[in-house]
Design a protein around this ligand. Structure first.
Ligand code: ATP
Length: 357
């Protein structure tokens, strides 16, 4: 992760960390290809338009692109067009000169377009830019000049434009709420982020988020099999944001080294019972199960070695019953060394072990 200075939606310096662009694609070939394409679009004086459902990582990508670009040492200035009241968007974007109107700041105000000079302007939810502002913004893009309200002369601006929307922008053009000429001006370098349910790197994403949340402890925390099943089959309407929130919640409330289904947010379980999940992705689920198995194997082996294969003592350390330890030995294919350490081990496994396993 790389840190850069930026100016956030409230105009204040934003010291948030910026994702490393190469980490966004994980090891998934299609995500990596998409990120590589986005990298090729930056620094070409082309506007970039990031499309994708809410929570797919559009802002993350915009931040990563800025941090990757040649403009990384200048500001990234963001404005969420849906979050600013229509009557304020004009002064936010263009600013105003000293004494431009009664109630204005005495020193005037530098608008976001001028703040972004030499840097990057990120306009989130561009589909919500009021119709009254679209023509003026188009003119700025054509003329590369801004005229703050009350200013005697326009000011030249140079920024990398990145816009994002979760809406079908062309449908808004067809519906008459978004100008067609502005659409063609901003929709040049289009990058479409897939919804989480269509991504082939869900397991990698889960591991990455767990790693970020738990740090070194991630190596000792496993996911119960039914948690893996749920994470891999849920449809995630809130995309990566929802997945990340669910995992962070589970990491916070877990009481042991295993995240159980009861550690997941209640709304996720409710959605599941109402059928908002999909068919398991067997290959990916296997990756997580393998990771869990590996960690579980290590945990059990450590307890057994520590207790010199005294199953009762190891079971106590692990917080499970002896039968569970025997079941795990079988399940994880850990060969019993009972014969090798004579006198240290417990009595032979009970006859009903096969049935338990
Ligand atoms: N590749 C990724 N790896 C890890 N976390 C990610 C990734 N992409 C997105 N996230 C996380 O998902 C959350 C949502 O990301 P972001 O705000 O970029 O989505 P968005 O598409 O801009 O959402 P919205 O349309 O609602 O504004 C953030 O918390 C972000 O950290």
């Amino acid at each position: 992760m790389t840190a850069h200075k930026a100016v956030g939606a409230d105009g204040q310096d934003d010291a948030r960390f910026y994702p490393d662009i190469d980490e966004l694609g994980n090891d998934d070939p299609s995500c990596k290809a998409l990120i590589e394409r986005a990298k090729r679009l930056i620094d070409r004086r082309l506007p970039v338009l990031i499309l994708g459902e809410s929570g797919t990582g559009k802002e993350c990508l915009a931040r990563a692109l800025h941090a990757y670009s040649q403009r990384r040492n200048a500001a990234l200035v963001t404005l969420n067009c849906a979050a600013i009241p229509e009557n304020l968007i004009e002064s936010e974007l263009y600013g105003y000169a000293r004494g431009a109107f009664s109630g204005a700041l005495s020193a005037g105000m530098k608008g976001r377009l001028m703040q972004a000079h030499k840097g990057t302007l990120f306009l989130d939810e561009i589909g919500d830019m009021p119709a009254s502002q679209q023509m003026r913004f188009l003119r700025v893009l054509s003329e590369k000049e801004v005229a703050p309200l009350g200013a005697s002369a326009p000011v030249r601006v140079d920024f990398q434009l990145i816009c994002a929307t979760h809406q079908d922008l062309f449908a808004r053009v067809e519906g008459g709420t978004f100008r067609e000429d502005l659409y063609y001006r901003i929709a040049v370098g289009i990058v479409s982020l897939p919804p989480l349910r269509e991504r082939g790197d869900r397991a990698l994403l889960i591991n990455k988020i767990l790693g970020e949340e738990l740090g070194a402890a991630a190596a000792t925390v496993a996911l119960a099999d039914n948690v893996v099943d749920l994470l891999m089959t849920h449809r995630w309407p809130g995309n990566v944001r929802q997945l990340s929130a669910a995992l962070r919640y589970a990491c916070a409330v877990r009481t042991g080294d295993r995240i159980e289904v009861g550690d997941l947010p209640l709304d996720l379980l409710t959605m599941r019972s109402s059928g908002r999940h999909e068919q398991p992705r067997v290959v990916e689920a296997t990756q997580i199960v393998t990771r869990n198995r590996h960690q579980e194997r290590e945990r059990i082996m450590a307890a057994l070695v520590e207790r010199r294969w005294n199953i009762s003592a190891a079971a106590r350390d692990l917080g499970v019953c002896r039968a569970s330890v025997y079941r795990k030995l079988k399940e994880l294919r850990i060969p019993h060394v009972r014969d090798g350490i004579a006198g240290q081990a417990d009595e032979p496994a009970p006859m009903h072990l096969a049935a338990v396993a």
